[in-house]
Design a binder for this molecule. Sequence first.
Ligand code: MLT
Length: 323
Amino acid sequence: MRRTILAALTAMLAFGGIAHAQNFPSRPITIVVPFAAGGPSDVMARILAERMKTTLGETVLIENVTGAGGSIGVGRALRSSPDGYTISFGHLGTHVANGAVYKLGYDLVTDLEPVVLLPSNPMIVVSKNAIPAKSLKELIAWLKERGAPAATGTAGAGSGSHIAGLYFENATGIKLQYVPYRGTGPAMNDLVAGQIDVMFDQLSNSINQVRAGKIRGYAVTDTKRADSAPDIPTTDEAGLPGFHMTLWSGLWVPKGTPKDIVAKLNTAAVDALNDAAVRTQLEKLGLAKPPKDRLSPQALGDWQKAEIAKWWPMIKAANVKVD
Ligand code: MLT
C-alpha cells in the first residue's frame, strides 16, 4: 500500500513538473543583472532579452540589482523560486571571482543551474585623456613614476574590472587604488570626466568612448586584435606579453529548476545568439558568440568550474579586503 502511495505521489510530482514545463512560460520572465544600467552586462542582457521574447512568447524584463561586486544581485536571483521565471545574468566576476572574495552565503556551483554561455570579449586598458601617455609602455612608465597609486574604476570588489586590475598589478608590480561603482557604466562616466585615471574594462563598454576620442585605449588583453578595434594593439604587441583575459558572460537559474524549463531558456538564448540582427549589435561591441559546441547548459557548468580553478588562486593570493 505504502509503495503504491509513494509511486502515485512520485508520478504526481513528475506530472506536475512536466505540466509546469509544458505551460512555461505563462507570465513575464525577469533577468537579474547584478550591475547598474548602461554597463556592459546590462547592455548585453537587454539585447538578448529583446530577442528571447520572440522564442518564449512572453516579456523578458531586466532588473538591475547592484552592489558588492554583483553578489547582491546573484544572491537575489538564486534565492528566487526555481520555476524559470527568474534568471541570473553574470560573468567571470560574479559567477567565479566573487566566490574567492566574499563569504557569499551561497555556492556559485551547487546553488545554481547553468543555462547558457553568452558572448565574451577581451578587456581593454583605458585611461582618461589627460594622461600624457601615447602607448601602453608609456602608461606603465607614468603609473610607476607617480607617487600615489592611480585611481582605477571598477564595478566593485570581485567584479571583472576589479579582477583585471588585480591581474595588472600582478603582471607589472604597480599598485592601484580601486574606486568601486555599481557598474562600469557609471565608472565610465567618471573616466570620461577625468575623475578617475584608468580602467581595465570590458572592450564592449569602452569601445565607443575610445572611438569618440573621449578616453584613450592602449591595448586589448588578447592574443589577436579585436575585429571591432583593429587599430588597438594587443598586450603582446604593446609590451605586456601574456597579459590575456577574456571576460565571458552567462545565464543561470536557481538549483532545482526543472530540466525542461532550463532547456526552453537555453533554446531562447541560443535563438537570440543566432539572430542576425542580434549578432550585428553584439559584434559592433566586440562581443564574440561562443562556438556551437559550447552552448549547452553542461558546457557552461564545466567552463565555470574550470575558470574557478584557474582564477581563484590569484584572487585569493591578493587577499582582497571587503568591508
Ligand atoms: C564588471 O566589471 O564586472 C562589469 O563590466 C560590470 C558591468 O557590467 O557593469
